[in-house]
Design a protein around this ligand. Structure first.
Ligand SMILES: NC(=O)c1ccc[n+]([C@@H]2O[C@H](COP(=O)([O-])OP(=O)(O)OC[C@H]3O[C@@H](n4cnc5c(N)ncnc54)[C@H](O)[C@@H]3O)[C@@H](O)[C@H]2O)c1
Length: 352
């Protein structure tokens, strides 16, 4: 039986493949059209997924009146123009991270969303991982108390994606700061309840990428067109008095295992926590004991699929968006502040 909501996916290269199971599994949404500038990718994906309508030009998919939801999975620099066009054509939009490379772009997307009265969601899939949701539930019931400091990092050794969409600023808008910084920062801020950032002090580096023979385990030699940072770090102060330290890299001589080292530490006035191990830490002054408690029950399921299904449900229920653009504006306010601070060599206020 045909499902109620019709989905068109724009940019059916890499990550779109992780969205497809969500649309296929959803009881209310189904994929009906694909668009990609690369005709070979478009034909391969359409055949693989049994999708009949294909558009080489994304504007033709956006003009397709049968489509209710547009799922944007193109490189970062095309998110805002495509989302604004899709919202203008009366579609709901789910868009890969970062929602856009700058706060100014996100403000334009919010304006288009409000004018269209449609939903806009950033595909922050780590929020849909079982371990994240189990920890968030504990934090929301007060297990840590007020969180006054956080540390988050996502560090890879020889782990730069080498496709132009990531390593050329004209397509990506930036390097690991906005590519993976957006993941760990969004997750950390979500756990903290999105306090308002007031200052950012940041640094960026490109030390290893331009060395003779520099390589990535994920795609061979680092292309000479690599014109983004390879490392970024920041110290952030919030209106609440809380602080945060962020470190991200695609190329760092760090012990990161076969993939990447992604961790988040949260410190509150009642207790601390570590993710992804999902350990909660308390101290009892009366007994002089330390308690380390391991959360045991985390829901299973592929987080990318879960985020697509959650968006379809939100559209059916008339909102709210599971990952609102206002929260992505705060995330990009900090990451854009990191870049501006690195350039200025001084602390800056986020552009919110
Ligand atoms: N959430 C995650 O875990 C995750 C992982 C990887 C990538 N991403 C994000 O997904 C996006 C795409 O990354 P990817 O790895 O899939 O890249 P990719 O290069 O594998 O695929 C992108 C596809 O978009 C197509 N494309 C480019 N510009 C287009 C346009 N204007 N209209 C239509 N098609 C266009 C390309 O031909 C390509 O097939 C990026 O924003 C990236 O940050 C998210």
């Amino acid at each position: 039986m045909a499902k109620t909501l019709k989905v068109g996916v724009i940019g059916v290269g890499g990550i779109a493949g992780a969205h497809f199971p969500g649309w296929n599994e959803s009881p209310i949404a189904e994929m009906v059209a694909f668009s990609d500038l690369d005709p070979a990718v478009l034909a391969r994906r359409a055949k693989e997924q049994g999708v009949k309508k294909t558009y080489e030009k994304p504007e033709d998919l956006i003009a397709d009146k049968s489509i209710d939801i547009v799922d944007i999975c193109t490189p970062n620099m095309y998110h805002a123009p495509l989302a604004i066009a899709a919202l203008g054509a009366g579609k709901h939009v789910i868009c890969e991270k970062p929602l856009a490379p700058t706060p100014a772009d996100i403000r334009k997307m919010i304006k288009a969303r409000d004018k269209a009265k449609k939903l806009l969601m950033t595909a922050q899939h780590f929020r849909f991982q079982g371990s994240s949701q189990a920890l968030k539930a504990e934090i929301d019931r007060g297990a840590l108390g007020d969180i006054y400091h956080a540390r988050g990092w996502m560090l890879r050794r020889s782990g730069a994606p080498t496709r132009p969409g990531f390593i050329q600023k004209k397509h990506s808008g930036g390097g690991p700061c906005i590519d993976i910084g957006v993941h760990i920062l969004d997750l950390t801020l979500w756990m903290m309840g999105f306090p308002k950032p007031v200052t950012v002090s940041g640094v960026t580096k490109d030390v290893l990428a331009h060395k003779e023979g520099a390589f990535s385990n994920w795609g061979g030699p680092i292309p000479k067109e690599f014109d983004v940072e390879e490392f970024a770090a920041a110290f952030v102060r919030f209106e609440t008095g809380a602080t945060l330290i962020l470190e991200v890299s695609w190329l760092l001589n760090h012990k990161s295992g076969p993939g990447e080292d992604m961790q988040m530490w949260l410190y509150g006035d009642k207790g601390g926590s570590h993710w992804p191990s999902n350990e909660l830490l308390w101290t009892c002054n009366e007994t002089r004991q330390h308690y380390n408690v391991q959360l045991q029950n985390a829901a299973q399921g592929a987080p990318h699929a879960k985020e697509c299904m959650a968006f379809a449900e939100a559209v059916m229920n008339g909102g709210p968006s599971p990952v609102p653009a206002e929260q992505s504006l705060i995330v990009l306010g900090i990451l854009d502040g990191l870049y501006r601070s690195a350039k200025a060599g001084a602390e800056v206020a986020p552009d919110l």
